[in-house]
Design a protein around this ligand. Structure first.
Ligand code: GLC
Ligand code: MG
Length: 272
């Protein structure tokens, strides 16, 4: 029986070129034993660009996945075709324009380039909060009188509150202390992987999800096996600490090496 490998791309499968090359070779040799899903925040075009870059850097091809989960779970592609059933599912109760109006009202949120937007995903960058005057020039009294800046967490909480207050059905995903994605309530990486598990008829104990940051948390909220790479972002590690599960594995190694470490740990490949 095939297992299902669902992995994030940036800073999980890619990020350490030699590790990616090594894993890609090992997986190519066992390609009949698993379904491969890439679950990324990238768009389809940006994924194709990554494939081309990998090819020109290494003269080898990144494995072609069976399915591409793009835009943080809002789009599913199979052989280059958008899954229309998933698209229709996400379109229910989704009001992109109204959501964008609310997001645009936050001065700290910068709308991401159009290439990163899609009909079911509104994405921003959260501007780093900075005090422009070096604090060494300010007296203790001046410091006390500085207008209080909102923390990143407060801004994200505010955004969630404002969306909920006007009854907009959406979820806000915060990653790498920078990326803010507003997604349909029913559309994220975790729910997309669950949809594919059903389609492919693979049970959770034969599904391994791999990730490094906040936009991967929904995958770990499913009942599957999971590996957090050794270079994971604090938000994922904090979530893991707060929600420890026996089927979640924190790898010692980083990037793609961590994926191999987990495949061995969970004994997912039968030996040749
Ligand atoms: C990718 C996407 C970006 C998103 C981020 C986090 O970088 O291009 O739109 O905000 O992932 O999910
Ligand atoms: Mg990542």
């Amino acid at each position: 029986m095939k297992f299902l490998l669902a992995t994030d791309l940036d800073n999980t499968l890619v990020g350490d070129l030699w590790a990616t090359i090594g894993l890609n070779q090992r997986l190519a040799a066992a390609r009949q034993q698993f379904y491969l899903v890439y679950a990324t925040g990238r768009s389809l075009d940006s994924f194709r660009q990554l494939q081309q870059e990998f090819h020109s850097d290494t003269n080898t091809q990144l494995l072609e996945p069976d399915y591409l989960v793009a835009g943080v779970g809002t789009e599913i592609y199979h052989q280059g075709q958008l899954d229309q059933e998933w698209a229709a599912h996400l379109s229910q109760h989704w009001q992109r324009e109204a959501i964008t109006k609310i997001g645009d009202n936050f001065p700290a949120l910068i709308y991401q380039p159009d290439t990163e937007q899609n009909p079911w995903k509104v994405s921003y960058y959260l501007q780093p909060t900075a005090i422009s005057t070096p604090s060494s020039f300010l007296s203790a009294a001046d410091l006390q009188n500085l207008p209080k800046q909102k923390s990143n967490k407060q801004i994200i909480d505010d955004l969630r509150l404002q969306l909920a207050a006007v009854g907009l059905s959406a979820q806000v995903v915060f990653s790498s202390n920078r990326d803010v994605d507003i997604l349909p309530y029913h559309g994220d990486k975790g729910q997309a992987v669950r949809y594919l598990q059903k389609k492919l008829r693979v049970n959770s104990q034969f599904t391994l999800v791999c990730g490094d940051s906040g936009n991967d948390i929904t995958m770990f909220q499913e009942k599957t096996l999971g590996v957090m790479v050794g270079n994971s972002q604090p938000e994922l590690l904090e979530w893991h600490e707060a929600h420890p599960e026996a089927q979640h594995y924190l790898a010692r190694s980083t990037y793609a090496n961590a994926i191999w470490e987990a495949i061995e740990h969970f004994q997912l490949l039968s030996s040749p």
